[in-house]
Design a protein around this ligand. Structure first.
Ligand code: PLP
Length: 423
Protein backbone atom coordinates (compact mmCIF):
# COMPACT_ATOMS: atom_id res chain seq x y z
CA UNK A 1 0.00 0.00 0.00
CA UNK A 2 1.16 3.53 -0.74
CA UNK A 3 1.17 6.15 2.00
CA UNK A 4 -1.77 7.81 0.30
CA UNK A 5 -3.81 4.60 0.56
CA UNK A 6 -2.88 4.03 4.20
CA UNK A 7 -3.82 7.63 5.01
CA UNK A 8 -7.48 6.77 4.25
CA UNK A 9 -7.74 4.39 7.13
CA UNK A 10 -7.13 6.76 10.05
CA UNK A 11 -6.57 10.36 9.07
CA UNK A 12 -8.89 13.35 9.15
CA UNK A 13 -7.47 16.34 7.25
CA UNK A 14 -8.10 20.05 7.84
CA UNK A 15 -10.69 21.90 5.72
CA UNK A 16 -11.52 18.65 3.91
CA UNK A 17 -14.80 17.01 2.89
CA UNK A 18 -13.46 13.48 2.76
CA UNK A 19 -16.33 12.12 0.70
CA UNK A 20 -15.58 14.34 -2.29
CA UNK A 21 -11.93 15.25 -1.77
CA UNK A 22 -9.17 13.79 -3.90
CA UNK A 23 -6.49 11.72 -2.24
CA UNK A 24 -3.87 13.73 -0.39
CA UNK A 25 -0.38 13.74 -1.88
CA UNK A 26 2.20 12.05 0.35
CA UNK A 27 5.30 14.21 0.55
CA UNK A 28 8.47 12.44 1.59
CA UNK A 29 11.19 15.07 1.27
CA UNK A 30 11.74 18.81 1.04
CA UNK A 31 14.69 21.04 0.22
CA UNK A 32 14.68 24.78 -0.42
CA UNK A 33 11.51 25.71 -2.29
CA UNK A 34 11.01 22.13 -3.51
CA UNK A 35 9.05 19.12 -2.23
CA UNK A 36 9.03 15.55 -3.55
CA UNK A 37 6.16 13.08 -3.23
CA UNK A 38 6.38 9.36 -2.52
CA UNK A 39 6.69 8.65 -6.25
CA UNK A 40 9.50 11.13 -6.72
CA UNK A 41 7.42 13.82 -8.42
CA UNK A 42 8.78 17.32 -7.77
CA UNK A 43 6.68 20.31 -6.65
CA UNK A 44 7.52 23.99 -6.23
CA UNK A 45 6.06 25.14 -2.91
CA UNK A 46 4.76 28.52 -4.09
CA UNK A 47 2.76 29.21 -0.90
CA UNK A 48 5.49 28.32 1.61
CA UNK A 49 3.32 25.50 3.00
CA UNK A 50 0.57 27.82 4.27
CA UNK A 51 2.88 30.80 4.69
CA UNK A 52 5.14 29.31 7.35
CA UNK A 53 8.38 28.64 5.53
CA UNK A 54 10.48 31.65 4.41
CA UNK A 55 13.93 30.02 4.44
CA UNK A 56 13.30 26.78 2.61
CA UNK A 57 12.43 23.23 3.61
CA UNK A 58 14.83 21.20 5.76
CA UNK A 59 16.89 24.31 6.47
CA UNK A 60 20.22 23.17 7.91
CA UNK A 61 20.91 26.28 9.99
CA UNK A 62 17.59 26.03 11.84
CA UNK A 63 17.88 22.23 12.11
CA UNK A 64 21.30 22.57 13.77
CA UNK A 65 19.95 25.12 16.27
CA UNK A 66 17.04 22.79 17.08
CA UNK A 67 19.32 19.76 17.52
CA UNK A 68 21.62 21.70 19.82
CA UNK A 69 18.70 22.85 21.94
CA UNK A 70 17.11 19.38 21.99
CA UNK A 71 20.29 17.90 23.39
CA UNK A 72 20.73 20.70 25.98
CA UNK A 73 17.22 21.38 27.28
CA UNK A 74 14.33 20.18 25.13
CA UNK A 75 11.54 21.45 27.37
CA UNK A 76 10.76 22.70 30.83
CA UNK A 77 7.48 23.96 32.25
CA UNK A 78 7.16 27.76 32.06
CA UNK A 79 5.01 28.15 35.19
CA UNK A 80 7.47 29.11 37.92
CA UNK A 81 10.48 28.46 35.65
CA UNK A 82 12.23 30.34 32.90
CA UNK A 83 15.10 29.75 30.48
CA UNK A 84 17.58 31.58 28.30
CA UNK A 85 16.02 30.77 24.88
CA UNK A 86 12.71 32.42 25.92
CA UNK A 87 14.50 35.46 27.29
CA UNK A 88 16.59 35.76 24.14
CA UNK A 89 13.48 35.55 21.94
CA UNK A 90 11.94 38.38 23.99
CA UNK A 91 15.10 40.50 23.70
CA UNK A 92 15.31 39.91 19.96
CA UNK A 93 11.64 40.78 19.44
CA UNK A 94 11.98 43.98 21.47
CA UNK A 95 14.64 45.11 18.98
CA UNK A 96 12.36 44.66 15.97
CA UNK A 97 8.77 45.16 17.19
CA UNK A 98 7.03 48.56 17.33
CA UNK A 99 8.57 50.37 20.30
CA UNK A 100 5.44 50.38 22.46
CA UNK A 101 5.45 46.56 22.71
CA UNK A 102 6.98 45.61 26.06
CA UNK A 103 5.74 42.18 27.14
CA UNK A 104 5.47 38.87 25.35
CA UNK A 105 3.28 35.82 26.01
CA UNK A 106 3.99 32.46 24.38
CA UNK A 107 1.49 29.97 22.97
CA UNK A 108 1.36 27.34 20.23
CA UNK A 109 -0.27 28.59 17.03
CA UNK A 110 -1.89 31.56 15.34
CA UNK A 111 -5.33 30.84 16.74
CA UNK A 112 -4.08 30.69 20.32
CA UNK A 113 -2.09 33.91 19.82
CA UNK A 114 -5.39 35.56 18.81
CA UNK A 115 -7.33 33.80 21.58
CA UNK A 116 -4.88 35.22 24.14
CA UNK A 117 -5.14 38.74 22.68
CA UNK A 118 -8.95 38.72 22.77
CA UNK A 119 -9.08 37.29 26.30
CA UNK A 120 -6.58 39.90 27.46
CA UNK A 121 -8.66 42.69 25.88
CA UNK A 122 -11.81 41.46 27.62
CA UNK A 123 -10.13 40.92 30.99
CA UNK A 124 -8.33 44.27 30.75
CA UNK A 125 -11.71 46.01 31.02
CA UNK A 126 -13.00 43.49 33.57
CA UNK A 127 -9.98 44.28 35.76
CA UNK A 128 -10.73 48.00 35.40
CA UNK A 129 -14.40 47.46 36.28
CA UNK A 130 -15.55 48.72 32.90
CA UNK A 131 -18.23 46.86 30.98
CA UNK A 132 -16.80 46.45 27.50
CA UNK A 133 -17.55 43.16 25.79
CA UNK A 134 -17.91 43.82 22.04
CA UNK A 135 -15.16 42.99 19.58
CA UNK A 136 -14.76 44.84 16.29
CA UNK A 137 -13.41 42.96 13.27
CA UNK A 138 -13.23 43.35 9.51
CA UNK A 139 -15.56 41.71 7.04
CA UNK A 140 -14.00 38.54 5.58
CA UNK A 141 -11.37 38.50 8.31
CA UNK A 142 -9.56 35.31 9.22
CA UNK A 143 -8.06 34.98 12.69
CA UNK A 144 -8.04 31.24 13.26
CA UNK A 145 -10.28 28.33 14.22
CA UNK A 146 -10.48 28.29 18.02
CA UNK A 147 -13.64 29.84 19.44
CA UNK A 148 -12.79 33.50 20.00
CA UNK A 149 -10.57 33.57 16.92
CA UNK A 150 -13.37 31.98 14.91
CA UNK A 151 -15.87 34.50 16.26
CA UNK A 152 -13.63 37.29 14.98
CA UNK A 153 -13.36 35.59 11.58
CA UNK A 154 -15.85 36.56 8.91
CA UNK A 155 -15.53 33.84 6.29
CA UNK A 156 -18.70 31.79 6.53
CA UNK A 157 -17.16 28.48 5.43
CA UNK A 158 -15.25 28.35 8.68
CA UNK A 159 -17.90 29.59 11.06
CA UNK A 160 -21.44 28.90 9.81
CA UNK A 161 -22.13 25.88 12.03
CA UNK A 162 -21.43 27.92 15.16
CA UNK A 163 -23.42 31.10 14.59
CA UNK A 164 -25.22 32.21 17.73
CA UNK A 165 -22.62 30.69 20.03
CA UNK A 166 -20.04 33.45 19.80
CA UNK A 167 -18.85 36.40 21.85
CA UNK A 168 -20.24 39.70 20.52
CA UNK A 169 -18.55 40.73 17.29
CA UNK A 170 -19.48 43.64 15.05
CA UNK A 171 -17.95 43.88 11.58
CA UNK A 172 -16.82 46.89 9.61
CA UNK A 173 -15.81 47.09 5.92
CA UNK A 174 -12.15 46.83 4.99
CA UNK A 175 -10.85 50.26 3.88
CA UNK A 176 -9.87 49.13 0.39
CA UNK A 177 -9.46 51.91 -2.20
CA UNK A 178 -12.62 54.00 -2.42
CA UNK A 179 -14.13 52.48 0.74
CA UNK A 180 -11.97 54.27 3.31
CA UNK A 181 -14.61 56.73 4.50
CA UNK A 182 -17.23 54.00 4.71
CA UNK A 183 -14.88 52.02 6.94
CA UNK A 184 -14.09 55.01 9.22
CA UNK A 185 -17.78 55.88 9.53
CA UNK A 186 -18.68 52.28 10.35
CA UNK A 187 -16.03 52.16 13.08
CA UNK A 188 -17.23 55.41 14.66
CA UNK A 189 -20.78 54.13 14.51
CA UNK A 190 -19.94 50.78 16.14
CA UNK A 191 -17.99 52.46 18.92
CA UNK A 192 -20.87 54.87 19.59
CA UNK A 193 -23.46 52.10 19.80
CA UNK A 194 -21.64 49.27 21.57
CA UNK A 195 -19.37 48.80 24.56
CA UNK A 196 -16.31 47.97 22.50
CA UNK A 197 -13.28 46.29 24.06
CA UNK A 198 -11.05 45.87 21.03
CA UNK A 199 -10.59 46.01 17.30
CA UNK A 200 -8.73 43.10 15.71
CA UNK A 201 -7.41 43.29 12.15
CA UNK A 202 -4.99 41.72 9.70
CA UNK A 203 -2.69 44.67 8.92
CA UNK A 204 -2.55 45.69 5.22
CA UNK A 205 -3.26 42.20 3.83
CA UNK A 206 -6.18 39.86 4.55
CA UNK A 207 -4.59 36.53 3.75
CA UNK A 208 -7.39 33.97 3.79
CA UNK A 209 -9.79 36.41 2.10
CA UNK A 210 -7.53 36.15 -0.96
CA UNK A 211 -4.73 38.61 -0.20
CA UNK A 212 -7.07 41.62 -0.03
CA UNK A 213 -4.89 44.73 0.42
CA UNK A 214 -5.47 48.21 1.85
CA UNK A 215 -3.31 51.23 2.61
CA UNK A 216 -1.34 51.99 5.80
CA UNK A 217 -2.84 55.50 6.06
CA UNK A 218 -6.34 54.03 6.31
CA UNK A 219 -5.26 51.62 9.04
CA UNK A 220 -3.53 54.45 10.93
CA UNK A 221 -6.80 56.39 10.88
CA UNK A 222 -8.78 53.39 12.20
CA UNK A 223 -6.25 52.93 15.02
CA UNK A 224 -6.50 56.63 15.88
CA UNK A 225 -10.28 56.37 16.14
CA UNK A 226 -9.90 53.38 18.48
CA UNK A 227 -7.21 55.05 20.58
CA UNK A 228 -9.28 58.19 21.10
CA UNK A 229 -12.14 55.98 22.34
CA UNK A 230 -9.93 53.75 24.50
CA UNK A 231 -10.70 50.71 22.33
CA UNK A 232 -7.70 48.36 22.34
CA UNK A 233 -6.20 47.42 18.97
CA UNK A 234 -4.88 43.99 18.03
CA UNK A 235 -2.68 43.59 14.95
CA UNK A 236 -2.90 39.97 13.81
CA UNK A 237 0.50 39.64 12.08
CA UNK A 238 0.32 35.83 12.04
CA UNK A 239 0.48 35.83 8.23
CA UNK A 240 2.16 39.20 7.54
CA UNK A 241 4.97 38.96 10.11
CA UNK A 242 8.68 38.38 9.50
CA UNK A 243 9.22 39.98 6.11
CA UNK A 244 6.25 38.91 3.98
CA UNK A 245 5.14 42.49 3.24
CA UNK A 246 8.68 43.68 2.47
CA UNK A 247 9.21 45.06 5.98
CA UNK A 248 9.71 42.95 9.12
CA UNK A 249 6.11 43.60 10.17
CA UNK A 250 3.21 45.07 8.22
CA UNK A 251 2.81 47.52 11.12
CA UNK A 252 6.21 48.98 10.17
CA UNK A 253 4.36 50.75 7.31
CA UNK A 254 1.80 52.25 9.69
CA UNK A 255 2.33 55.49 11.63
CA UNK A 256 0.23 54.35 14.62
CA UNK A 257 1.13 51.46 16.93
CA UNK A 258 -1.33 48.74 18.00
CA UNK A 259 -1.77 47.71 21.66
CA UNK A 260 -1.17 44.02 20.92
CA UNK A 261 0.44 41.98 18.15
CA UNK A 262 -0.10 38.29 17.30
CA UNK A 263 2.76 36.32 15.75
CA UNK A 264 3.15 32.74 14.54
CA UNK A 265 3.55 31.03 11.13
CA UNK A 266 7.05 32.17 9.98
CA UNK A 267 8.19 32.71 13.60
CA UNK A 268 10.11 29.42 13.67
CA UNK A 269 10.82 29.25 9.94
CA UNK A 270 8.14 26.61 9.49
CA UNK A 271 9.72 24.07 11.82
CA UNK A 272 8.07 23.94 15.24
CA UNK A 273 4.56 25.17 16.16
CA UNK A 274 4.91 28.30 18.29
CA UNK A 275 3.16 31.63 18.68
CA UNK A 276 3.58 34.86 20.59
CA UNK A 277 1.22 37.63 21.63
CA UNK A 278 2.89 40.94 22.52
CA UNK A 279 1.54 43.74 24.71
CA UNK A 280 2.16 47.29 25.85
CA UNK A 281 3.29 47.87 29.43
CA UNK A 282 -0.05 49.58 30.08
CA UNK A 283 -1.96 46.38 29.31
CA UNK A 284 0.36 44.28 31.46
CA UNK A 285 -0.07 46.74 34.34
CA UNK A 286 -3.86 46.24 34.32
CA UNK A 287 -3.19 42.63 35.40
CA UNK A 288 -0.42 43.50 37.89
CA UNK A 289 -2.02 43.56 41.32
CA UNK A 290 -2.01 42.07 44.82
CA UNK A 291 -5.32 40.45 43.87
CA UNK A 292 -4.67 37.06 42.27
CA UNK A 293 -8.00 37.29 40.43
CA UNK A 294 -6.56 40.03 38.25
CA UNK A 295 -3.88 37.70 36.84
CA UNK A 296 -4.14 36.21 33.38
CA UNK A 297 -5.18 32.62 34.01
CA UNK A 298 -4.24 31.36 30.61
CA UNK A 299 -1.47 28.98 29.59
CA UNK A 300 -0.55 26.06 27.40
CA UNK A 301 1.48 23.02 28.38
CA UNK A 302 4.18 23.72 25.82
CA UNK A 303 4.34 27.45 26.52
CA UNK A 304 7.75 28.89 25.53
CA UNK A 305 9.08 25.47 24.55
CA UNK A 306 12.89 25.97 24.46
CA UNK A 307 13.27 24.02 21.22
CA UNK A 308 10.71 26.27 19.54
CA UNK A 309 12.51 29.30 20.96
CA UNK A 310 15.81 28.06 19.49
CA UNK A 311 14.12 27.68 16.11
CA UNK A 312 12.69 31.20 16.39
CA UNK A 313 16.12 32.65 17.24
CA UNK A 314 17.74 30.90 14.27
CA UNK A 315 14.91 32.12 12.02
CA UNK A 316 15.36 35.72 13.16
CA UNK A 317 19.11 35.36 12.49
CA UNK A 318 18.36 34.26 8.93
CA UNK A 319 15.73 36.94 8.34
CA UNK A 320 18.13 39.70 9.34
CA UNK A 321 20.94 38.69 6.98
CA UNK A 322 21.62 40.98 4.01
CA UNK A 323 21.17 37.98 1.77
CA UNK A 324 17.61 37.31 2.96
CA UNK A 325 16.63 40.99 2.75
CA UNK A 326 17.98 41.02 -0.82
CA UNK A 327 15.90 37.92 -1.60
CA UNK A 328 12.75 39.66 -0.40
CA UNK A 329 13.51 42.68 -2.62
CA UNK A 330 14.34 40.44 -5.57
CA UNK A 331 11.03 38.58 -5.31
CA UNK A 332 9.11 41.83 -4.88
CA UNK A 333 10.68 43.32 -8.03
CA UNK A 334 9.98 40.12 -9.91
CA UNK A 335 6.31 40.10 -8.78
CA UNK A 336 5.89 43.73 -9.87
CA UNK A 337 7.19 42.89 -13.36
CA UNK A 338 4.83 39.92 -13.60
CA UNK A 339 1.93 42.04 -12.32
CA UNK A 340 2.58 44.63 -15.04
CA UNK A 341 2.65 41.92 -17.67
CA UNK A 342 -0.50 40.16 -16.56
CA UNK A 343 -2.85 42.89 -15.34
CA UNK A 344 -3.90 43.94 -18.86
CA UNK A 345 -4.83 40.35 -19.84
CA UNK A 346 -8.46 40.14 -20.93
CA UNK A 347 -9.20 37.37 -18.40
CA UNK A 348 -7.67 39.24 -15.45
CA UNK A 349 -9.77 41.51 -13.25
CA UNK A 350 -6.93 42.85 -11.17
CA UNK A 351 -3.49 41.97 -9.80
CA UNK A 352 -1.68 43.24 -6.71
CA UNK A 353 1.67 42.92 -4.94
CA UNK A 354 3.05 43.73 -1.50
CA UNK A 355 6.47 42.43 -0.50
CA UNK A 356 6.66 38.76 -1.54
CA UNK A 357 2.85 38.49 -1.71
CA UNK A 358 1.27 38.51 -5.16
CA UNK A 359 -2.37 37.95 -6.09
CA UNK A 360 -4.33 37.91 -9.33
CA UNK A 361 -8.13 37.81 -9.68
CA UNK A 362 -9.32 35.85 -12.68
CA UNK A 363 -12.59 36.61 -14.50
CA UNK A 364 -15.27 34.05 -13.95
CA UNK A 365 -18.65 33.57 -15.63
CA UNK A 366 -20.39 32.65 -12.43
CA UNK A 367 -20.14 33.81 -8.85
CA UNK A 368 -17.08 31.91 -7.59
CA UNK A 369 -17.35 30.47 -4.11
CA UNK A 370 -14.40 29.89 -1.80
CA UNK A 371 -14.07 26.22 -2.71
CA UNK A 372 -15.99 26.43 -6.01
CA UNK A 373 -15.48 24.59 -9.29
CA UNK A 374 -13.09 27.10 -10.88
CA UNK A 375 -10.96 26.96 -7.78
CA UNK A 376 -10.76 23.16 -7.96
CA UNK A 377 -9.95 23.23 -11.68
CA UNK A 378 -7.13 25.70 -11.10
CA UNK A 379 -5.79 23.79 -8.11
CA UNK A 380 -5.69 20.51 -10.02
CA UNK A 381 -4.00 22.15 -12.99
CA UNK A 382 -1.27 23.57 -10.75
CA UNK A 383 -0.70 20.26 -8.97
CA UNK A 384 -0.46 18.43 -12.28
CA UNK A 385 2.18 20.94 -13.38
CA UNK A 386 4.12 20.45 -10.14
CA UNK A 387 3.34 23.83 -8.58
CA UNK A 388 1.64 24.10 -5.19
CA UNK A 389 -0.82 26.99 -5.25
CA UNK A 390 -4.16 27.06 -3.40
CA UNK A 391 -6.51 29.51 -5.11
CA UNK A 392 -9.19 31.20 -3.03
CA UNK A 393 -12.23 31.15 -5.32
CA UNK A 394 -11.05 32.95 -8.46
CA UNK A 395 -8.01 34.49 -6.76
CA UNK A 396 -4.61 32.90 -7.30
CA UNK A 397 -1.89 34.09 -4.96
CA UNK A 398 1.83 33.41 -4.58
CA UNK A 399 3.60 33.59 -1.23
CA UNK A 400 6.95 31.92 -1.91
CA UNK A 401 9.77 31.03 0.45
CA UNK A 402 12.24 33.94 0.23
CA UNK A 403 14.93 31.59 -1.09
CA UNK A 404 12.91 30.63 -4.19
CA UNK A 405 15.18 30.98 -7.24
CA UNK A 406 14.36 33.20 -10.21
CA UNK A 407 14.02 30.11 -12.36
CA UNK A 408 11.47 28.57 -9.98
CA UNK A 409 9.59 31.88 -9.80
CA UNK A 410 9.42 32.04 -13.60
CA UNK A 411 7.98 28.54 -13.68
CA UNK A 412 5.29 29.58 -11.17
CA UNK A 413 4.39 32.66 -13.24
CA UNK A 414 4.31 30.66 -16.45
CA UNK A 415 2.04 28.06 -14.89
CA UNK A 416 -0.34 30.78 -13.70
CA UNK A 417 -0.40 32.28 -17.21
CA UNK A 418 -1.21 28.87 -18.69
CA UNK A 419 -3.97 28.40 -16.10
CA UNK A 420 -5.52 31.73 -17.03
CA UNK A 421 -5.58 30.64 -20.69
CA UNK A 422 -7.14 27.33 -19.68
CA UNK A 423 -10.12 28.58 -17.63
C1 PLP B 1 -3.21 31.32 9.80
C2 PLP B 1 -3.72 32.49 10.52
C3 PLP B 1 -4.22 32.38 11.83
C4 PLP B 1 -4.37 31.05 12.52
O1 PLP B 1 -3.17 30.43 12.73
P1 PLP B 1 -3.12 28.85 13.05
O2 PLP B 1 -1.70 28.58 13.37
O3 PLP B 1 -3.58 28.18 11.79
O4 PLP B 1 -4.04 28.59 14.18
C5 PLP B 1 -4.62 33.53 12.48
N1 PLP B 1 -4.54 34.73 11.88
C6 PLP B 1 -4.07 34.88 10.63
C7 PLP B 1 -3.99 36.23 10.03
C8 PLP B 1 -3.65 33.76 9.90
O5 PLP B 1 -3.21 33.90 8.65
Amino acid sequence: MTLTEKDHQYLWHPYTQHKTAQNPIAISRGEGALLWDENGKEYIDAIASWWVNPFGHSNKFIADAIYKQLTTLEHVLFGGFTHEPAIKVAERLMEILPKNQQKIFFSDNGSTAVEVAIKVALQYFFNKNEKRTTIIAFENAFHGDTFAAMAASGISFYTQAFQGMFIDVVRIPVPVKGKEQESFDALNNVIENHNCACFIFEPLVQGAAGMVMYEPEALAKLIQICASNKVLTIADEVMTGFGKTGKTFAMDYVSENPDMICLSKALTGGTIPMAITTFTQEIFDAFYDDDINKALFHGHTFTANPTGCAAALASMDLLQTGEMQANIERINASHLRFQKKIESHSKVITARTLGVIFAVEIKSDSEESYYGSMRNKLYNFFIEKGVILRPVGNIVYILPPYIMTNEQLQKVYQTIEEAIEMV
